[in-house]
Write a protein of this length. Structure first.
Length: 293
C-alpha cells in the first residue's frame, strides 16, 4: 500500500482525542449541572430500595394527605403513601421505558440509515417515504393510537415510542452517509477490495456515532415527557399502585389547590430529569464539535 493510499484510509472527521474531549466536556458548567441531574436520576432508579425512606406501596388512611413534615418530607397522598418514596421509585419506570425505547429506536434508525444512505435506489426511496409519513404525525398521536390497539403495557409503550424515534435517526444517519460514501477514504477502501459491509461498519459507522450520541441524549428529555404524558392520560404502563411520575400527577389533579405538594414534587422530578438530559446533550454537542472554540 502506498503512503498516499494509506493516508486516505483514516476517517475524514477529526474527533477530539479522549483527553481533549473530556476537558472540553467538563469545562462547561452547564454540562456538569446536566450530568449531575442525570446521575441523580439514575442513582434514584438503581438504588431506590436503599434510598427510599418508606415503602412506596404502603397505604395508611390515618395519614391522609399530610403536608410535608419531618416524618414525610414530601408529604403523603390521598391514601397515605409517602410521596418522597414514590417519586424515587418513579424514576425506575420513566428511565427504564425511556432508555429502552430510545435505544431500540436508535439501533433501528442507525441500521436503516446506513443501508439506505449507502445503497440508495428504490429501497432508499421507499423507506424515506415511510419516514415522511411517520414524521407527518405528532409523536403522541401515533403512540396513543398504537397503545389503543395493542393495550397499555410497558412493552407496547416502548414499541410505540421506538416507532416514532427511528425515522428521525434514519434521516440523520442517512444524511451523514450520503456525504461520507463519496469521501476519499471510502473510495480508497473500495479500490482496495473492501466489501460493502466492511466499508459501512468499519469506515462509515464510526463517523456517524458522534451526532447520533448527541441526538439520542437530547431526545431522551422528550421521550421522558412523552412517557409521563401517557401516564397522565391513563395510558401508562404501570399497574395501579406502581409509582409513576405521570400517574402521580394524574392522581393529584383533584388536590392541586388543597394539597399543593402532591403535584409539585413529581412535576419537579420530571422537570429536573428532562433539563439534565438537555444540558448534557448540549454539552456533548459542543465537546464533539471540532469547529467550536
Amino acid at each position: 500500500m502506498s503512503a498516499k493510499t494509506a493516508a486516505l484510509m483514516p476517517e475524514t472527521q477529526h474527533v477530539p482525542s479522549q483527553n481533549r474531549f473530556l476537558r472540553r466536556l467538563f469545562s462547561n458548567p452547564t454540562t456538569l449541572i446536566g450530568l449531575t441531574l442525570v446521575l441523580g436520576a439514575l442513582v434514584c432508579a438503581i438504588f431506590a430500595p436503599v434510598i427510599a425512606p418508606k415503602d412506596p406501596y404502603a397505604r395508611d388512611l390515618s395519614k391522609y394527605v399530610l403536608a410535608p413534615s419531618a416524618e414525610h418530607l414530601f408529604g403523603t397522598d390521598d391514601v397515605g403513601r409517602d410521596i418522597l418514596s414514590r417519586v424515587i421509585y418513579g424514576a425506575q419506570i420513566s428511565l427504564k421505558i425511556s432508555l429502552i425505547a430510545q435505544g431500540v429506536g436508535i439501533l433501528i434508525g442507525v441500521f436503516v440509515g446506513l443501508i439506505t444512505g449507502y445503497f440508495g435506489g428504490w429501497l432508499d426511496t421507499l423507506i424515506m417515504r415511510v419516514v415522511d409519513i411517520v414524521m407527518a404525525f405528532p409523536l403522541l398521536i401515533i403512540v396513543i393510537a398504537l397503545i389503543g390497539v395493542l393495550g397499555p403495557s410497558e412493552n407496547n409503550i416502548i414499541l410505540g415510542l421506538a416507532v416514532v424515534i427511528w425515522p428521525n435517526t434514519t434521516r440523520l444517519v442517512r444524511s451523514q452517509v450520503l456525504s461520507l460514501k463519496e469521501a476519499e477514504f471510502v473510495t480508497a477502501a473500495r479500490s482496495l477490495g473492501s466489501a460493502d459491509a466492511g466499508i459501512i461498519f468499519r469506515h462509515i459507522l464510526p463517523n456517524v456515532i458522534s451526532p447520533v450520541v448527541v441526538y439520542a441524549t437530547l431526545g431522551l428529555g422528550g421521550i421522558i415527557l412523552a412517557e409521563a404524558s401517557l401516564s397522565f392520560l391513563g395510558l401508562g404502563s404501570a399497574q395501579q399502585a406502581t409509582p409513576s411520575w405521570g400517574k402521580m400527577l394524574t392522581e393529584s389533579r383533584a388536590f392541586i389547590r388543597s394539597a399543593w405538594w402532591m403535584p409539585l414534587y413529581p412535576g419537579i422530578a420530571i422537570l429536573l430529569t428532562v433539563l439534565g438530559f438537555n444540558l448534557l446533550g448540549d454539552g456533548l454537542r459542543d465537546a464533539l464539535d471540532v469547529r467550536s472554540k
